[in-house]
Write a protein that binds this ligand. Structure first.
Ligand code: PRP
Ligand code: URA
Length: 209
């Protein structure tokens, strides 16, 4: 089973509280989401492999570590995943970006895929699927399935807030995928919203209703 990592650094928890607060306006919401995404990128890359190389300092020859292994790919789920993308790119500027467009049908809560565009070498990359919300898990499962159907094998999931129901669903459907969240909330309400959550992530990021 994939692991669930709760990124509970004090800075992340502090900013997440303002993200949750209904009084936080669109501009501040977007800025906090961007900052938390950067901090989470630091946590999610903690286990990327290193190799040792030799360099010459002005004083002596020494050995140092540099990142090795697979190149990275970032896969924001449209639309709300875009709110975290730039924050992650600040730490991982060389990553390529693929987009998966999904929305939840408001009646059935089932994900509907309307767009996908991936880097040509996506199969060779270690991928991070990005979405602020993991609610029922339907959107995450559909996005990961789409990537696997195109030959991708190394996938991690990054969410601001997850519901236990969504974590369990992704772990069952994709047991090879580790999930990184800033918070694991209590439950889903009857409309599939995370409680306490932050409301509708896309609407709060872009000022829509
Ligand atoms: C939200 C969110 C996730 C999805 C989570 O997107 O950004 O993609 O819901 O719910 P799930 O785990 O139950 O699938 P939404 O469908 O509202 O689309 P948007 O990003 O375009 O606003
Ligand atoms: N999507 C959101 O934006 N918020 C939720 O709480 C659940 C799904």
């Amino acid at each position: 089973m994939g692991k669930l990592v709760i990124c509970d650094h004090p800075l992340i928890q502090h900013k997440l509280t303002f993200i949750r607060d209904v009084r936080t306006n669109t501009k501040e919401f977007r800025e906090h989401v961007d900052e938390v995404a950067t901090l989470m990128a630091y946590e999610i890359t903690r286990d990327i492999p290193l190799e040792t190389i030799t360099v010459q300092t002005p004083v002596a020859e020494t050995q140092g570590k540099v990142i090795s292994g697979r190149m990275l790919g970032l896969i924001p789920i449209l639309r709300a995943g875009l709110g975290m993308l730039e924050g992650v790119l600040k730490l991982l500027p060389a990553a390529k970006v693929g987009h998966v467009g999904l929305f939840r049908d408001p009646e059935t809560l089932q994900p509907v895929e309307y767009y996908i565009k991936l880097p040509t070498d996506v199969q060779q990359r270690e991928l991070i699927v990005i979405d602020p919300m993991l609610a029922t898990g339907g959107s995450a499962i559909a996005a990961i399935t789409s990537l696997k159907n195109r030959g991708c094998t190394q996938i991690k999931m990054m969410n601001l807030i997850a519901a236990p129901e969504g974590v369990a669903a992704v772990q069952e459907a994709h047991p090879d995928v580790d999930i990184y969240v800033a918070a694991l909330d209590d439950h889903l309400n009857d409309h599939g919203y995370i409680v306490p959550g932050l409301g509708d992530a896309g609407d709060r990021l872009y000022g829509t209703k």
